[in-house]
Write a protein that binds this ligand. Sequence first.
Ligand code: CP3
Length: 344
Amino acid sequence: MAEQKKLLRALAGETQDVPPIWMMRQAGRYLPEYRATRAEAGDFLSLCYNPELATEVTLQPIRRYGFDAAILFADILLVPQALGADLWFVTGEGPRLSTITTEADFAKLGPVSDIHETLNPIYETVRLLSSALPAETTLIGFAGAPWTVATYMIAGRGTPDQGPAHLLRRENNALFEALLARITEATIEYLSMQIKAGAEVVKIFDSWAGSLSGEAFEKYALEPCRQITEALKQRHPSIPVIGFPREAGDKYVGFAKATGVDCVALDNSVDPEWAAAHVQVDGCVQGNLASRHMVTGGQELVDDTRRIVKAFGNGPHIFNLGHGITPDADPDNVQRMIDAVRDG
Ligand code: CP3
């Protein structure tokens, strides 16, 4: 049997001299070849729903850099759309959705069993990728975590403080919890189909987990992640799961044990030495170089990259950024980061 892929070995708990590496938003606007394919598709959503072109943009950073993993090209907001929310992207601003603030809005959403009709092209992309990827490259599927997806569905857009979602949580908690439960159930079905189509790992993005505190973090960030992980592992016992409760701070501690995820992804607000002592003690971690280095480059990029590799060097680690790479990044800085990880 061929030696197991580097990323899967890290997720299984193996410490490696050189960690596997990939990058959030690695298929994105900083790459000229991505911009060309996106122009060919017309707009971002058309690109997501076009299996051939979505496969092409997923492969572009693999060809250019030889990352150890490819992440399915799609978006966390396709699940709300598949549940019946209107979704569109305003260029230069971001996503817009029909809002959910009343029982009547919620009643317009469709049943979870209907989501595949919309999401079938995504499963097709996964199938195409699993035969197109090099043998050593791991295919990662993903979805948004229920809380993060709910913040967009409630407000109808991205918000700096997730205010509308916090308000609904307080003023109509039953409706808020019903929405969260619907998203949780849809996410389990969506990820399960990605796994059946060939995803070898799945990642749950909770980009706004950091705005929940205390009991609310446990109920609305930790518990949905635990439920999704449990359901997926019941159906697909060997599937590794990466959890990303972004900006969780000290709540990263114990998150893997409490949810059952195989790896916790860290944003760059936590020190790698602290995270090695308090989070990596429980298993694999991913992260956590600041994305700004991909814009600014220089010796600081190399120094911070080496610092992270060293800090996590005594345990299982997947090198990544702390958040997605931004459109103003210089593709040469990505290569400098990879060289610093692989060549020291
Ligand atoms: O990481 C990858 O390369 C995989 C694909 C992926 C995208 N979005 C493609 C994308 C993934 C995993 C996501 C996750 C996602 N989407 C999150 C969670 C992670 C995070 O970044 O916090 C969130 C909150 C979204 C919702 C979303 N999608 C927003 C807020 C935006 C607009 C902001 C922006 O960067 O323009 C998007 C658009 C989006 N999703 C782009 C890409 C490549 C840019 C679209 C374009 O080409 O114009």
